[in-house]
Design a protein around this ligand. Structure first.
Ligand code: IPE
Ligand code: IPE
Ligand code: MG
Length: 239
């Protein structure tokens, strides 16, 4: 599949609206999450086909721990099933699997499954697939700051590049495009530092309905954007 125009190198997605998708149908919220996993698989496949260098999926925020424990348990179970079922596929597609966030807060057996997936895919050369788990941007920045202090970095040595190296996303390019589904127009603590110059795409579509075609629409929208990074546009420059 080919889209004319530039392809973003790194896309981040706030996958929102699973609960509402289910509630609108009189189904338990878990059905929305289940269906949401199917959409994640599709988006990962399309991202590989498009040649993205990195895809980061916001799967569980630090604040999501406040949800009823039954919902949290279900989400963990879905993550476990996903990693168990899809690991071979990730390896076959050359994907490097990573996580960001306080993953040590997850149940231990899930931590083991995550570690296994990270290890088995670490020498792959393809797209970097990162899931944000027990993640919040402020928490990540604060943890990075603590690491900087513990490392004895002197104030005059601290640069943006050096700080990047202490973030969970160390080594990843910043996101070019951040997509949020479900009509909410907020960042909900996702990649706060990294999103400084990301393009944002909001859609009313709920995550369980975010099909391949919807994803391609988001990419096409990105392709029409003019990114200036604070400078003036090339066209304006000509006058
Ligand atoms: C996104 O869907 C999935 C997670 C946050 C884990 P939600 O569960 O937030 O769905 P809504 O926003 O309640 O519809
Ligand atoms: C953001 O969705 C987190 C994830 C998609 C994992 P939420 O549903 O938790 O965000 P709010 O509460 O609407 O801001
Ligand atoms: Mg939500």
């Amino acid at each position: 599949m080919l889209l004319s125009g530039r392809i973003p190198k790194h896309v981040g997605i706030i996958m929102d609206g699973n609960g509402r998708w289910a509630e609108f149908r009189g189904l338990p919220r878990i059905e929305g999450h289940r269906r949401g996993v199917e959409r994640s698989k599709e988006v990962i496949e399309v991202s590989v086909e498009l040649g993205l260098k990195a895809l980061t999926l916001y799967a569980f925020s630090t604040e999501n721990w406040q949800r009823p424990s039954s919902e949290v348990t279900t989400l963990m179970k879905l993550l476990e099933l996903y990693l168990k079922k899809e690991l071979d596929g990730l390896i076959k597609n050359g994907i490097v699997y990573k996580t960001i966030g306080e993953t040590w807060r997850l149940p231990e057996h899930i931590q083991n499954i995550i570690r296994n997936a990270e290890e088995k895919t670490s020498s792959n050369k393809g797209m970097i697939l990162t899931t944000a788990l027990s993640y919040s941007g402020r928490n990540e920045i604060l943890r990075a700051m603590k690491k900087v202090l513990n490392a004895g970095v002197k104030p005059e040595e601290l640069t943006e590049d050096l700080f990047n190296a202490y973030l969970d996303t160390a080594g990843l390019l910043p996101p070019d495009l951040i997509i949020r589904t479900s009509g909410e127009m907020r960042i909900s603590n996702f990649l706060l530092w990294q999103a400084a110059y990301a393009e944002f795409y909001f859609t009313d579509t709920l995550w369980p309905d975010f099909t391949k075609d919807e994803f391609l629409l988001a990419i096409q929208d990105f392709q029409r954007r003019e990114r200036r990074f604070g400078a003036i546009s090339v066209r304006a420059d000509a006058f």
